[in-house]
Design a protein around this ligand. Structure first.
Ligand SMILES: COc1cccc(CC(=N)NC(=O)c2cccnc2OC2CCNCC2)c1
Length: 389
């Protein structure tokens, strides 16, 4: 009965797999917003709903602390995602966001924040339909409250609040298999600081490899190589939007980004999002673009280090350079900025550079899901053009 909850939801059900009579698209039709349940779902006695105002520093600190101590860990419980406050404010306040979708659960007596779930609005294209969706993320229940069936009520509550805004679909990811993934990605890691990665147990010294040989293997040039490679600026937004829309149009599922979205999601912010363009020295045209976001992980028990500084590949478009050369420059910049590791999923055209740039396969998978939208056959990761934070 581990999928007891998901069998009640409008998502692709395992029993429907292979049923070609089921059409692609919404599973349930929208209702009138006035027909949506107006009051929040019931919580267990001692708890209350709270809307987390991410503009308020104290609330932001409460959210940061809950996630820092209770959010996703790797399969061996050696690392835990440690999103920064600035990152959370960026991730949760895109154009058109709803404060009501930043949902917390507090202990009535102490007001302690013990659970969290969020949605942000996004326009996601599925084949040639642009669908208004919620990107649901940061579902977290305090370690001491697990198995109280809080997660299903958190999911129902964010769904209810999304319905109140007349939005009927959602996109989300998970490291676990739920009904039913639209695609399953592998994640890959490129060592930048192999000595630290081996010391903290993230990587292991290769067979017949010495530490000095390993350090040499992952060594990168001090400076980027592509002429005209520079940090993205506000004036680049229209060109980057054009590049991105052109590139993403080839994927089955991808965000439908306009200038406003690109300005929010891709303008560089220190220790949150890094974005670079290649401006042709001859024509001054912007021909390529690469980006990565900053998501450190707490190292749960190591004498010498407490934080793993990790970069996560975001959106990259190469039209004049090769994607290989462009990502090599991204690695060089990440190394310059003292990142320990550069992570990427095998989505979009990423598998064309992973092995050649010395990425190694991670030991887990990331499953992508759509809520209330059926995709007839699961996609290959290379058909997916969506990266969630
Ligand atoms: C190294 O520290 C970790 C701390 C917690 C979990 C994991 C493994 C893991 N689950 N990694 C990913 O999900 C992952 C690997 C590569 C790229 N993006 C990823 O996840 C992103 C996107 C989904 N939301 C979390 C961040 C690693």
């Amino acid at each position: 009965n581990q999928h007891r909850f998901w069998e009640t939801q409008p998502v692709g059900q395992f029993k429907d797999a292979g049923d070609t009579s089921l059409s692609e698209g919404p599973i349930e039709q929208p209702t009138l917003v006035s027909a949506v349940k107006q009051e929040p779902y019931n919580l267990p006695a001692l708890y209350e709903w709270t809307t987390c105002d991410m503009d308020d520093d104290h609330t932001c600190t409460d959210v940061f602390t809950l996630l820092s101590n209770n959010y996703v860990e790797d399969d061996e419980n050696m690392f835990r995602f440690n999103y920064s406050k600035e990152f959370l404010q960026w991730a949760l306040r895109p154009p058109g966001y709803f404060k009501a979708w930043h949902i917390g659960v507090r202990v009535k007596a102490s007001k302690k924040l013990v659970a969290f779930i969020t949605g942000v609005p996004a326009r996601i294209r599925v084949r040639d339909e642009v669908v208004r969706m919620a990107e649901v993320n940061f579902l977290c229940v305090h370690k001491k409250l697990r198995s109280k069936r809080l997660a299903p009520v958190m999911i129902k509550e964010v769904t209810r609040r999304v319905h109140l805004e007349n939005i009927w679909q959602a996109a989300y990811t998970a490291g676990v298999v739920l009904p039913t993934p639209i695609t399953t990605c592998r994640y890959w890691h490129r060592s930048l600081n192999p000595k630290k990665l081996i010391d903290v147990g993230f990587s292991r010294l290769g067979a017949r490899m010495t530490m000095s040989r390993t350090i040499r293997l992952y060594k990168l040039p001090e400076a980027t190589v592509i002429p005209g490679f520079r940090k993205m600026e506000l004036r680049d937004v229209p060109a980057v939007t054009r590049l991105l829309r052109g590139y993403l149009s080839q994927f089955v599922v991808a965000p439908d980004l306009d200038d406003n979205d690109v300005e929010h999601w891709l303008l560089p912010m220190e220790n949150v999002i890094d974005s670079y363009v290649v401006e042709s020295p001859e024509t001054h045209e912007v021909t390529d673009f690469c980006s990565f976001y900053t998501l450190p992980s707490s190292i749960l028990n190591n004498q010498n280090y407490s934080v793993l500084k990790a970069a996560y590949s975001y959106y990259n478009v190469a039209t004049k350079s090769s994607l290989l050369q462009l990502m090599n420059d991204a690695l060089i910049v990440a190394k310059q900025k003292d990142y320990d590791v550069f992570n990427a999923l095998d989505v979009m055209h990423n598998e064309t550079f992973l092995k050649e740039l010395k990425f190694g396969p991670g030991d887990g998978q990331l499953h992508y899901y759509l809520y209330n939208y059926r995709i007839r056959n699961a996609l290959a990761p290379s058909e997916l053009g969506l990266v969630l934070l």
